[in-house]
Design a protein around this ligand. Sequence first.
Ligand SMILES: [Zn+2]
Length: 140
Amino acid sequence: MTPYNKPLPAENVETKPFWDACRQGKLSMQRCKQCGHHRFPPTFYCPKCNSPEHEWIDSKGLGSVFSWIVVRHPVPRDVYAADVPYVVALIALDEGVRIPSNIVGVEPEKVTAGMRVRVIFRQVTPEITLPLFEPVPEQQ
Ligand SMILES: [Zn+2]
């Protein structure tokens, strides 16, 4: 594995189950046991009903592009120069939560609002596997 010199997510007690699932190729989220609200990012208390009771569920990993930008100026330059242009997007998962990520496998100019995407996983260090999104292939 080539060394990964980009910023990495900092795992904490709230997010550890999410990153553990990513390492297993699963996109997970919390579901409130009181009101059923899906939530991301992970929190101790439900933002809808304040209950601390929750369970972790697997997302189907499908969603739509809610918003995005195309990064063309690498900052810091030495770290991202080889990556530009790249897409930073907010994905509206079918379960009703939005997750920030990158869209890969498509030219940035071809990303559109509402484009259907699916999660893929890229292991970047032994500890961190990142969830990324790519367009869902057209049905034949
Ligand atoms: Zn709730």
